[in-house]
Each structure stands twice: as structure tokens, then as C-alpha cells.
Design a protein around this ligand. Structure first.
Ligand code: PGA
Length: 256
């Protein structure tokens, strides 16, 4: 089954790089990134912070590497200081946008309604969401992760129900207690939770396409065993994606 699946690796650079550092990284590595994508046949999506999006879009124009944003506004336009419109992301050349990342959910108190609007704005401008879900440490311990994921998927389901055109959506399952901690759950556990995601999105599969990603402390070593999870088509990688050599190993681990 995996043989025929289009594989993805999303590099979520968060705020690890300053503007100058991000430019430097892309200057140094864009050619190798393209070679890596050609050689591996994995779709690579680079998500720099907002300040560098335009420049990196310009640099990636000569490549087939895709660009993603780390967030977008729930609003179309108007008096929203500090926010970025989905329309601008589309004009810059983004194809993807991370939505509902736990770091943003926490920092901005994002409600389901806000997430719903963000997904709608993205669809209106022909971008695909990389919709993040995941349980907190306590929910993991109290075994309520399944319930949590079902609740978190509701805003996405509500938007998809109203879509007449076919959409592509990436769903990144990132247990919060795994993000940036080096702690990664067993494949059995993750497989069960991806099963819940699959089951929840099953009614929408006829019309829409889903790409399931795992995220949370993915590195060049655990990527090999994580790739064995049958449902996943790739990874959402934070810290390790800022090091080209580590990113390369992660991308290549999805060939096995
Ligand atoms: P991490 O981050 O790989 O540094 O744990 C993943 C993410 O938050 O997307």
C-alpha cells in the first residue's frame, strides 16, 4: 500500500531561524533540496516563518519544492494587526498552511470556530491545510486521546461537509507531549490513534483526499520505525528539519 502512496515531509521551521539565517539556509541548500526531492520522490514542503516567506518563495521558484505558511488569519482582510491573509499566502506562492498547531492553539486560545474559519479562508484561496491534532500529556495518561482527536477533527469535518469541490487536506497527528521533547509513543499506540483519524474522516474520503502525517520529535533514527505505521504518508518535522543532513535522512527513511 505504501508503495503507491505519495509521500510528504513538511519542514516546520517554527521560529528557529532569524530572517538572515533562513535566507542563508535556503541559499545553501535549495539545490540539494531539489536533488533530494527528485531522488526520493518525496514531496518536500518548507514552512519558514512569515518574515521569510516571500524571499524563500522567490528562491524556490526555480524548484518544485513546495512552500507552506505556519499560520494564517481567520479573516479575509481588514483591521487585524499582525495577521496574514490566506489571499496573501496564495499570492506569495504558498500551497499549504499549518493550522491548529498546538503552539498556536495555546498562544492564541484558538477556538474551533476560529479554526473552521481559517480552513475556509485557505480553501477560498486554493491552499491546503496541514491540520494539526494531538492530545496533551494528561489526556495520554488518562487514556482520553481518542476522544480528544475526535473533538479536534470536528471543525475540519464541518468545513468539508459544506465543500462542493474536492480538497486535499493533510492531517498531522502530533501528541503534544512528543513535540520537542524527544519522547515518541510506540507504533502500536500511534497506529491506534491514526486508526481513529482514518475512521473519523472515512465519510469524507469519497470526495476529498487526505494525507496523514506524524509529527513530534521525528529524527533521523526514529523516522525508520515510525515509517512502519501503515496509515502515514509522511512526517511533520520541527527542530530536525532545520539541519539539512538530518532532514535528508528523514526524507530518505520513507523509501523503505
Ligand atoms: P519537533 O516539532 O519535531 O521539534 O518535535 C514538531 C512540530 O511541532 O511540528
Amino acid at each position: 500500500m505504501k508503495q503507491n502512496v505519495q509521500r510528504f515531509v513538511v519542514a516546520n521551521w517554527k521560529m528557529y531561524f532569524s530572517h538572515a539565517q533562513a535566507l542563508n539556509w535556503i541559499e545553501k541548500n535549495s539545490k540539494m533540496l531539489q536533488e533530494l526531492q527528485n531522488e526520493s520522490n518525496v514531496s518536500i514542503i518548507v514552512c519558514p516563518s512569515a518574515d521569510s516567506l516571500s524571499y524563500i518563495a522567490h528562491k524556490l521558484k526555480q524548484t518544485t519544492i513546495m512552500l507552506g505558511s505556519q499560520n494564517c488569519s481567520a479573516h479575509e482582510n481588514g483591521a487585524y494587526t499582525g495577521q496574514i491573509a490566506a489571499q496573501s499566502l496564495s499570492e506569495i506562492g504558498c500551497k499549504w498552511c499549518i493550522i491548529g498547531h498546538s503552539e498556536v492553539r495555546t498562544a492564541c486560545d484558538e477556538t474551533d470556530l476560529v479554526l473552521q474559519s481559517k480552513i475556509e479562508r485557505l480553501f477560498e484561496h486554493h491552499l491546503s491545510p496541514i491540520f494539526c491534532v494531538g492530545e496533551k500529556q494528561e489526556e495520554y495518561q488518562h487514556k482520553t486521546a481518542q476522544k480528544k482527536l475526535k473533538e479536534q477533527l470536528a471543525p475540519l469535518q464541518r468545513v468539508l461537509e459544506r465543500q462542493h469541490q474536492s480538497k486535499t487536506v493533510a492531517i498531522a497527528y502530533e501528541p503534544l507531549w512528543s513535540i520537542g521533547t524527544g519522547k515518541v509513543a510506540s507504533n502500536d499506540y500511534l497506529q491506534e490513534l491514526f486508526g481513529i483519524i482514518e475512521q473519523s474522516m472515512e465519510p469524507y474520503q469519497k470526495q476529498h483526499s487526505f494525507v496523514l502525517l506524524y509529527g513530534g520529535s521525528v529524527d533521523e533514527i526514529n523516522a525508520v520505525r515510525l515509517w512502519q505505521i501503515p496509515q502515514i504518508a509522511g512526517f511533520l518535522v520541527g527542530k530536525a528539519s532545520t539541519d539539512f543532513q538530518l532532514l535528508k535522512k528523514i526524507v530518505l527513511s520513507t523509501r523503505g
